[in-house]
Design a binder for this molecule. Structure first.
Ligand SMILES: *Cc1c(COP(=O)(O)O)cnc(C)c1O
Length: 236
């Protein structure tokens, strides 16, 4: 495909890439330390095909029904070229569905989900990479996530699970406040977890509006949607 939409996506991707390059330079980090996950929720499978044609290798989806349908519609070559990250609220009764199409589950936040996801992965004959979603906001926000004090036990559970590979931590910055201190807290918690789980080196943080702060705090994965695909109808 090489239509006007492809051109638009190409320009947006280039602009985001430049922001990442600049943020890495400012932070004294190498560009290769940071993986861009393009969040394609609300956008059609044709956009995923366009993005893969433009070199995108990682996509994120946060609504499991939509994600399942979209991944199933991808051309086999496209699917084979992609790592699919599930980044939405996970429910244990959806674990089987998610384990069937996701390569990475970024949003594991409850011990109860570990067994469900592990069994689901085993059932699907797959291994799943997992990051633990941390709630950086405290009590107010309903954006999901384990509280920081719950994370060590959750990490131990995932590390012990037969079909899951613990990779690190994920968080969404609290709404309406400076993301930098929240991302710094996440980075310190990631250090603590890595002391016991050296394989858990990922820090997934940073979206369209705050990717610079995330890169500065040490993020290894950015989840960028609207800056690349455009604005979407508001969630919920
Ligand atoms: C939608 C979403 C993103 C992307 O947000 P943008 O602001 O559009 O870049 C990142 N992370 C999660 C968990 C999301 O649900």
């Amino acid at each position: 495909m090489n239509d006007a939409r492809t051109q638009e996506l190409s320009e947006h991707l280039a602009a985001v890439e430049q922001r990442i390059v600049d943020a890495c330079a400012t932070a004294g980090r190498r560009r290769e330390e940071v993986t861009l996950v393009v969040v394609t929720k609300f956008f059609p499978v044709a956009d995923v095909e366009r993005l893969v044609g433009l070199g995108v290798q990682q996509i994120g989806e946060n609504r499991h029904q939509e994600a399942a349908e979209k991944v199933a519609e991808l051309r086999p070559e496209t699917r084979a070229a992609l790592t699919v990250h599930f980044i939405g609220q996970l429910q244990s009764n959806k674990a089987n569905a998610v384990a069937a199409y996701a390569d990475v589950v970024q949003s594991l936040d409850r011990r109860k989900l570990v067994g469900a996801l592990d069994r689901a992965a085993g059932h699907a004959g797959r291994r799943l990479a997992v990051t633990l979603q941390v709630d950086l906001a405290g009590t107010d926000a309903r954006r999901g996530g384990a509280t920081p004090d719950q994370v060590p036990a959750l990490a131990a559970d995932v590390a012990d699970a037969e079909h899951l590979d613990l990779r690190g931590l994920m968080a969404v910055a609290p709404l309406d406040s400076d993301p930098a201190p929240a991302f710094e807290r996440l980075a310190r918690l990631a250090d603590d977890i890595r002391a016991n789980h050296p394989e858990a080196g990922w820090i997934s943080a940073g979206m369209s509006g705050d990717l610079e702060a995330a890169v500065h705090a040490g993020a290894t994965h950015l989840r960028v949607g609207s800056a690349i695909l455009g604005s979407r109808p508001s969630l919920r």
